[in-house]
Design a protein around this ligand. Structure first.
Ligand code: PMP
Length: 393
């Protein structure tokens, strides 16, 4: 049995081992429970016990809102993994990287007392939709959602166009299609590079990332999405100060309880790097196996297809590694499946429509990050879908 386990909706019984027949597979959210078995193996080493009297203060022990020791551990982890240059960066904590979206847009926008027009916040499709929904929620004096970069790229063909006042969100690897991308605007546009998935679980690491403004989250690194913890690495001191001010004004700094737990999680990950219990070995293995299984079935299909990802050299593993994306970006190939989300829903698979990513309804995103049970049910429903295909030739 699995103590403390909450049964997936498709399973029942005291140890969640009884599977309900023909249950709907839910592959919608990016809930990173694929790492649950890792932390069950490291339950004692990662446990944090907090007495009632502990950490009651608004501030940390050195009278700030950010734990100096946690910041140190984060810098150590980036350096050990080789996925970001930290020496010349400021670190700003936030309640998940969702909070960093507005904190960083605010930090890069013209001052509200400034005479310049509001910054235009843009992204290239397909992009993580929260950039749009978060920015649009606070549209106004400082910044507005400016749509996709495709519109801007057309305007840039006339020579008077300028990238001044643009803030471009870049996700690398991208959610939903798992590709590594860089900014497309360039010039004087600012870029916020979201590296939520720039860890060896999900991608090869060609080189340490070194953009001016980068965001990271614990959610996809250790899987502790519920702790709500993210951080930004920022080169410019003034931009870092404005981002920090945002978090301070909004929530008086990231939860001290969360920071304490994150310290335990960071230390446990660091202590196991390059051992048999390396979280990245575990994470890559889990995600790679899922991707292989899904590809094996979908390669028999003429109805649906997946994005292509090649094996690549990874500086962390120091070898060519097989692809292991967080999401499958599914394309429906048949004329009559113009709404891919609906086509999969009819086969009892819940996905996230490409419409949200401004990529059109021919695409839909399938999460590969969830629990083993979720993935098993997903594989059964996808297998049923592919087996049901019939062709005359
Ligand atoms: N950025 C990207 C690209 C994401 O996919 C997610 C979560 N799905 C987030 C940010 C937000 O993560 P969190 O708020 O949990 O840190």
């Amino acid at each position: 049995g699995r103590p403390g386990c909450q049964c997936n909706a498709c399973f029942a019984g005291p140890d969640c081992s009884l599977q309900k027949l023909d249950c709907t597979a839910d592959a919608d959210s990016g809930n990173p429970l694929f790492l649950d078995p890792y932390w069950r193996r490291h339950a004692a080493a990662s446990a944090v016990v907090v007495s009632g009297w502990h950490r009651m203060s608004y501030t940390t022990s050195d009278a700030t809102f950010q734990s100096v020791e946690l910041e140190r551990q984060i810098r150590l982890l980036h350096t050990a993994v080789g996925n970001a240059v930290v020496d010349d960066k400021h670190v700003v904590f936030a309640a998940g990287s969702v909070q960093l979206i507005n904190a960083l847009v605010h930090a890069l926008s013209p001052d509200a007392n400034d005479a310049s027009p509001p910054a235009r916040v843009v992204a290239t499709a397909p992009y993580y939709p929260t950039y749009r929904t978060q920015t649009a929620m606070f549209d106004g004096r400082e910044y507005v959602w400016g749509g996709t970069t495709a519109r801007w790229a057309n305007a840039s063909r006339n020579s008077t166009a300028t990238t001044d006042g643009y803030i471009e969100f870049v996700t690398s690897p991208n959610n939903p299609d798992a590709k590594l991308y860089g900014p497309v605007l360039g010039g004087s546009a600012a870029a916020i590079v979201d590296h939520a998935y720039y860890w060896p679980h999900f991608t090869h690491i060609p080189a340490p990332a070194d953009e001016d403004v980068m965001m990271f989250t614990i959610s996809k690194l250790s899987g502790h999405a519920g702790s709500r913890f993210g951080w930004a690495l920022i080169r410019d001191e003034n931009v870092a100060k404005r981002a920090k001010d945002y978090v301070q004004n909004s929530i008086m700094g990231a939860s001290r309880d969360t920071q304490l737990r994150m310290l335990g999680i960071m230390k446990a990950m660091l202590a196991n790097l390059h051992t048999e219990e390396d979280i990245f070995v575990f994470g890559h293995d889990a995600m790679r196996t899922r991707w292989l299984k899904l590809n094996a079935v979908v390669s028999r299909s003429r109805r649906i297809s997946l994005q292509k990802i090649q094996p690549q050299y990874c500086t962390y593993f120091q070898r060519i590694r097989e692809p292991s994306p967080a999401y499958a970006w599914v394309k429906c190939e048949r004329e009559e499946d113009g709404n891919c989300y609906d086509a999969l829903l009819k086969a009892n698979i819940i996905t996230r429509s490409g419409v949200y990513f401004e990529a059109g309804s021919r695409y839909t995103r399938v999460s590969l990050l969830k629990s083993d049970d979720d993935f098993d049910v997903l594989m059964e429903r996808v297998t049923d879908l592919v087996n049901a295909e019939k062709y005359d030739d």
